[in-house]
Ligand binder design. Structure first.
Ligand code: NDP
Ligand code: OXD
Length: 310
């Protein structure tokens, strides 16, 4: 009897996963939701949103893979408590995020939002050009994405810092850790990038208190999750000039309703959660590598610490 690997996410990308599995693991019965086959044989599930009855339906499930980098969309309460959960760590997501954040930081650094406003008013008005080395960029979250983004920003000459829960050592980056080092990190940040996961401790993290610790006129690039941002506090920070301009890729809710204030705000640039996307071919390879690790009893890359929520 073959082991079933069930895929429950975008079916077009699923067919690309199926090709990769077919080539490398013909011993596995790869299926795309809703074609689940015999649920008893489903040992591995890759999903963006798993079914609510996952525990009752797939009684032999060994590993749950997220088809994305985040796992905040999972309802941990309905998952069997000892089921290993693995988030997506694959080169395609990383390079997409590096491109997006680099573009956004460069845009803010070179005053592109201000030039767009001037263009609308027919104003030809050069602003001083600051070298990258004089622009202090700070990244919240030093995980697989935060570190890759910083590597690129360091190579462009920006003065970079990062902040995380535990201490990290990243070449060319001033690394800060924990609540007590957050004020120092924020005080030296001209452009703040949020790459935190959404958990109970980071929900509402981008609030008035945090904004008040940034220098006046700071820029914001938000690519984490919509509920990190306290909308009212953010709009106040824009109105007061504490935040000069913001690039938002994530909102709460998604999609953003057509009447929402963010759409037409002159200091907000909005994209529909496209900063980065799982690339099917490299994602399937990454999952195959984790399957091999699982079968060999080795630690899987991206294993979620369920107590921390990421
Ligand atoms: P990781 O799990 O690799 O890294 C998370 C980082 O955040 C770690 O450095 C961690 O600290 C830090 N962190 C978590 N909680 C806290 C906290 N309470 N205080 C301080 N630091 C904290 O995640 P990734 O880098 O892979 O992804 C980050 C997030 O990016 C995803 O969860 C998702 O929300 C978002 N994302 C957005 C996409 C988009 O298209 N907009 C696409 C992909 C991801 P420590 O290192 O100490 O554990
Ligand atoms: C992800 C995302 O988590 O797309 O992969 O946001």
């Amino acid at each position: 009897m073959k082991t079933t690997f069930l895929y429950k996410s975008d079916p077009v990308r699923g067919r690309q996963w199926a090709d990769v599995f077919g080539r490398h693991r013909p011993d596995i019965d790869f299926r795309i939701w809703p074609d689940i086959g015999d649920p008893v044989q489903v040992r591995f599930l890759a999903a963006w949103e798993p079914p609510q009855d996952i525990a009752e339906r797939f009684t032999n499930l060994k590993v749950l893979f997220s088809s994305g980098a985040g796992v905040d969309q999972f309802d941990f309460a309905v998952l069997p408590p000892t089921l290993p959960v693995v988030r997506m760590v694959e080169p395609g997501i990383v390079s997409g995020m590096v491109e997006y954040v680099t573009h956004a930081v460069l845009g803010l650094h070179r005053d592109m939002p201000q030039y767009r406003r001037q263009q609308q008013e027919g104003q030809w008005k050069p602003l001083p050009v600051r070298p990258a080395s004089e622009r202090r960029v700070g990244v919240l979250g030093l995980g697989s994405l935060g570190q890759a983004v910083l590597e690129q920003l360091v190579s462009l000459g920006f003065d970079c810092a990062g902040w995380s829960r535990s201490r990290h050592d990243v070449e060319g980056v001033r690394c800060h850790a924990g609540a007590e080092e957050l004020p120092v990190f924020l005080a030296r940040t001209d452009i703040l990038v949020c790459l935190l996961p959404l958990t109970d401790s980071t929900r509402g993290f981008l609030d008035a208190k945090l904004f008040s610790m940034l220098p006046m006129g700071a820029g914001l690039v938000h690519v984490g999750r919509g509920p990190h941002l306290v909308e009212h506090d953010f709009l106040e920070a824009l109105a007061s000039g504490r935040i000069s301009d913001a690039v938002l890729d994530v909102t709460d809710p998604e999609p953003l309703p057509p009447t929402h204030a963010f759409w037409r705000h002159p200091r907000i640039e909005l994209t529909p959660h496209i900063a980065s996307m799982t690339q099917p071919l490299s994602a399937a390879q990454a999952v195959l590598d984790n399957l091999r690790r699982f079968e060999a009893g080795e630690p899987m890359v991206g294993r979620v610490d369920r107590a921390k929520g990421y």
